[in-house]
Design a protein around this ligand. Sequence first.
Ligand SMILES: C[S@@+](CC[C@H](N)C(=O)[O-])C[C@H]1O[C@@H](n2cnc3c(N)ncnc32)[C@H](O)[C@@H]1O
Length: 245
Amino acid sequence: MSKLYSELSEIYEAMYATFIDYKEEYNFYSQILSKYNKTSVLEIGSGTGNLSKLFSENGFNYLGLDLSVEMLEIAKRKNPNNLFVEGDMRNFKLEKLVSSALITGRSISYLLKNEDVNLAFKSIHDNLEEGGLFCFDFIDANRFIPEILSGETIIHKASFRGEHYMRESTWRLNLNYGMDLIWDSKYSKETEAGYKEIGKDTETARSFTKNEMELFLAINNFDILEIIDRQTYAFPTYVMVAKKR
Ligand SMILES: C[S@@+](CC[C@H](N)C(=O)[O-])C[C@H]1O[C@@H](n2cnc3c(N)ncnc32)[C@H](O)[C@@H]1O
């Protein structure tokens, strides 16, 4: 588990609300769910619960699932009336089948081996009703990998509750399994004496090609309904919309 989702979870909470426009994120995904007549949603990798709030406020029947106890604690603190369960997307069993499953924020990048992706897609398939919707985004390897080859440091700044933060990221390729990226990041907070380091993280994230994802879905008995090209705050991504066969 990445440090960002455990000991640095409060830093995630402070910074990502600036990086990601969650209102826009909610509008984008809720429109997809509504288009396919879904009024309930399982959010896998629900993080600190930013989408949870918007889904429940807008009448969706919401359930969040995340592997990290620390992320779940923050999500529950912010959404005391919403339901969350601790679980691994590669192996979970809900009490009741759901009509849609959503993975946002490129959380699928943490499925490093093909076996992890297969296990996750199988678990999701098993927990969906007949004809259930599966929607997720992923980093597009074809566009992102050429971008990171220069090895440049990428700086993102964020402000939260009057405090100013900075993240310095560098990416390296790791081709052991798939098109993996080793992401080194340093988090700092502004003080009177300038930015002071508050945390560091190194994690591996996976990017995928569109063809790979098409194949993983086909292997796991999903039919693709749409593939949407979408630029998010730092990544070129695709959003897959699929239906349980
Ligand atoms: C990039 S964050 C995205 C969180 C949220 N969707 C958002 O957009 O803010 C990735 C989340 O996926 C969770 N995660 C990583 N691997 C997981 C797994 N195998 N099963 C469930 N959750 C996982 C992490 O704990 C983290 O909360």
